[in-house]
Write a protein that binds this ligand. Structure first.
Ligand code: IPM
Ligand code: MN
Length: 370
């Protein structure tokens, strides 16, 4: 079978890390057709849309996508960079990756944080945590108000505790947690733990304060946990969990949480195992998936071929697993492990001077030797 894979380099360092990933993919010789698509800042400026319709169509024709990085800027800066003929038409910049997650219903953002033996950047050895971040709702639901209309203010009349907000100059972002949304991410986390013989799943929320949203999330987790009696489930609060991840990260196998908490805690976890140069993510739904490095477009490094491509190469590894190519995925993982352990080729973040492509070539070479 020939896979069809959409390749979306984006901007900033996106194209260079994708170039690195393609060196590795060519060595792997996956039976696949790679189709490049337009996405990112350049298309916002020229077309007023960072995610053109043709790219969406391309994605619909493929099995999954490999995505690099894109720049996002605050509202007013984005408007200033828009082509003159497109200004004043009410066009608004949005984050293409957040939109893709929503449009393709890629509800599971899977973010492994694994300490590769011999990585000089490891905070501690024996860290191997996989974070399941809900990816379509929570504080990323996109339901926001400013200014807040009188109709919406009506809602504040229903409870005496809300009254003080009526008529205030205020902004509102809704944190929506649905039962379905909670169920599917929590189930994905438990299934992953079960399939990989892991011991524990930690539900990270804040139900003591966010009584309704976190409350629902935790209640759903307790229900689902009953189906997995051999896996331990712990409930923690996001603030305390941030501390415990620094204190004893070895303890945790799987974390599952809502969207923004997962965003924050996964950056924290990545720093325990080498930082964003090592952090990959799979955005996975029932019908499609997008794989990406967690780092952004890193404008200050653009074109320098300095950044560590391991994040993107690990995203490739996750993509291989998604496609069912487990043998190739495991072999690639071993190649990365070996290259890190040998320590001959190291990018700047690891204290070396190897370029993005040197690292990719070394991993490709190792893959070929295995
Ligand atoms: C991430 C990023 C994105 C997010 C940004 C770029 C919108 O930080 O993938 O973690 O907040 O989800
Ligand atoms: Mn993030």
């Amino acid at each position: 079978m020939t896979y069809k894979i959409a390749v979306l380099p984006g901007d900033g360092v996106g194209p260079e890390v994708i170039e690195a990933a393609m060196i590795v993919l060519n060595e792997i010789a996956l039976n696949a057709e790679y189709i490049y698509g337009d996405i990112g800042w350049e298309f916002w400026r020229k077309e007023g849309n960072p995610l053109p319709e043709r790219t969406m169509e391309l994605m619909h024709q493929t099995d999954c996508a490999l995505f690099g990085a894109i720049t996002s800027k605050p509202k007013d800066e984005a408007q200033k960079e828009l082509a003159p003929e497109l200004r004043g038409k009410g066009l608004e910049y949005y984050s293409p990756i957040v939109k893709l997650r929503q449009l393709f219903d890629l509800y599971a953002n899977v973010r492994p944080a694994k300490a590769y033996p011999g990585n000089p950047l490891n905070y501690k050895d024996n860290i191997n945590i996989t974070i399941f971040r809900e990816n379509t709702e929570g504080l990323y639901s996109g339901v926001e108000y400013y200014p807040v209309s009188k109709e919406i203010d009506e809602v504040f009349k229903e409870n005496p505790r809300y009254k003080k907000f009526i008529g205030m100059d205020k902004a509102i972002s809704l944190r929506i947690i649905s039962r379905k949304g909670a169920e599917r991410i929590i189930r994905a986390a438990f299934e992953y733990a079960k399939n990989n013989n892991l011991r524990n799943v930690t539900v990270v929320e804040k139900p003591n304060v966010l009584r309704e949203t976190s409350g629902l999330f935790v209640r759903v987790a307790r229900e689902i946990h009953k189906e997995y009696p051999n896996i331990e489930m712990w409930e923690t609060n996001i603030d305390a969990q941030a501390m415990w991840l620094v204190k004893n990260p070895e303890k945790y196998d799987v974390l599952v949480t809502s969207n923004l908490f997962g965003d924050i805690i996964s950056d924290l976890a990545s720093q325990l195992v080498g930082g964003l140069g090592f952090a990959a993510a799979g955005n996975i739904g029932d019908n499609y998936a997008v794989f990406e490095p967690v780092h952004g477009s890193a404008p200050k490094y653009t074109g320098l071929y300095k950044v560590n491509p391991i994040a993107t190469i690990r995203a490739v590894r996750m993509m291989l697993d998604y496609l069912g190519e487990h043998e190739k995925a495991n072999r690639l993982e071993t190649a990365i492990e070996e290259v890190v352990k040998e320590g001959k080729v190291r990018t700047y973040d690891m204290g070396g001077d190897a370029s993005t492509l040197d690292m990719a070539k070394e991993i490709a070479k190792k893959y070929a030797e295995l």
